[in-house]
Ligand binder design. Structure first.
Ligand code: TRP
Length: 334
């Protein structure tokens, strides 16, 4: 059996939070350690400029995302870790694929459809504020994936459609030209938690309810204290399955500790005490990486060097692949 190739991108438009950690970063780093897989992880900064036109925010987010993955122990000797914009072959492939992909397919993309629906609701022109980049977002994502012959693409549910479009585009290309691309599959890991945020909804930058991953200890404690609870008094039994505090606890605790906290809830642990316990558990897991994170953020030249080495490895693959693609469609070398 040939090796799996796992690939995923992280859009650089924000500060990594606990939800990203539990739902994506922690499992991805674990997957990269497996012997039967090769991992390709990258900063999707060309996707970031679709929705964010503030250079400083993008730059800062790129630093934070890279420092986060490195601090959490991604082994960049084993995994290929790079910045999308350092691999120009991807943008070339994106153009080639946009000449092969049906416009009708892009019309069905959720992100685009949502923008149009919102405009209609607001009485605007349907395409108000829709850039060509937003419209062809799935094509760029297909290029990211197909360039490296990824077999497994771990993503959130909102991205499944995009991976399926990549698969569709690859299948047509293979059929019309030659078998150049591997057909990728979206991988949704149901065992990882979708973390709740401070207000009990899904933790998400767009809800402004996140707990940033590497804030200083004091602030972490403050954020955890802000998690929404109910008015039950100490001594009154509480329902763990209806509690964000318990839900986050579960994402950090082993089975034994989870059962222990479940019992504490039944026995009426005070909210203040439960939050104190939660802070200690989360902090214990994050503290060593936080230190490394702060070091890296203070020395971005080190991050840059690692990304450059990653780009070199990525380009060894992408430039060979692009030659095959160009040959298949009859452009470039005679
Ligand atoms: N669009 C993805 C997201 O917002 C990020 C991404 C870009 C990606 N390119 C990718 C994910 C390729 C997987 C594969 O989450």
């Amino acid at each position: 059996m040939s090796k799996k190739r796992v690939l995923t991108g992280i859009t650089t438009t924000g500060t990594p939070h606990l939800g990203n950690y539990v739902g994506a970063i922690r499992p991805a780093i674990q997957a990269s350690r497996k012997q039967d897989a090769e991992a390709f992880y990258f900063l999707a900064d060309l996707h970031a400029i679709i929705k964010c036109h503030q250079p400083e925010l993008i730059r800062q987010s790129s630093r934070e995302v890279a420092a986060t993955w490195l601090a959490l122990g991604l082994d960049t000797d084993k995994a290929v870790f790079y910045r999308q914009s350092d691999v120009p072959e991807i943008t070339e492939l994106s153009w080639i694929l946009s000449c092969m992909a049906a416009k009708g397919l892009m019309n069905r993309a959720h992100a685009y459809k949502a923008a149009v629906a919102k405009n209609q609701e607001d009485g605007e022109d349907p395409d108000f504020g829709v850039s060509m980049g937003l419209y062809s977002y799935p094509v760029l994502m297909a290029a990211d994936i197909l360039m490296f012959n990824a077999t497994d693409v771990p993503v959130g549910k909102d991205q499944i459609q995009h991976v399926e479009m990549a698969r569709d585009i690859a299948g047509r290309f293979n059929h019309n030209f030659s078998e150049v691309f591997v057909l990728p599959e979206a991988k949704i890991d149901d065992s990882v938690a979708v973390l709740q945020g401070l207000d009990g909804r899904k933790m998400s930058k767009s809800y402004n309810n996140t707990i940033p991953l590497f804030i200083p200890e004091k602030q972490l404690r403050k954020h955890i204290n802000k998690i929404k609870t109910n008015l039950l008094e100490p001594g009154e039994p509480k329902d763990p399955d209806d509690s964000t505090v318990f839900q986050i606890w579960q994402a950090f605790a082993d089975e034994e500790k989870t059962e222990w906290m479940r019992e504490q809830f039944k026995q009426g642990i005070a909210w203040g005490e439960a939050k104190k316990q939660l802070f200690e558990l989360v902090n214990e897991e994050l503290a060593p990486a936080r230190e490394r994170y702060n070091e890296l953020m203070a020395n971005t030249a080190e991050i840059e060097e690692i990304l450059q080495a990653g780009a070199e490895k990525a380009r060894a693959v992408s430039s060979a692949m692009l030659l095959n693609i160009r040959d298949a469609i009859g452009i470039g070398r005679m």
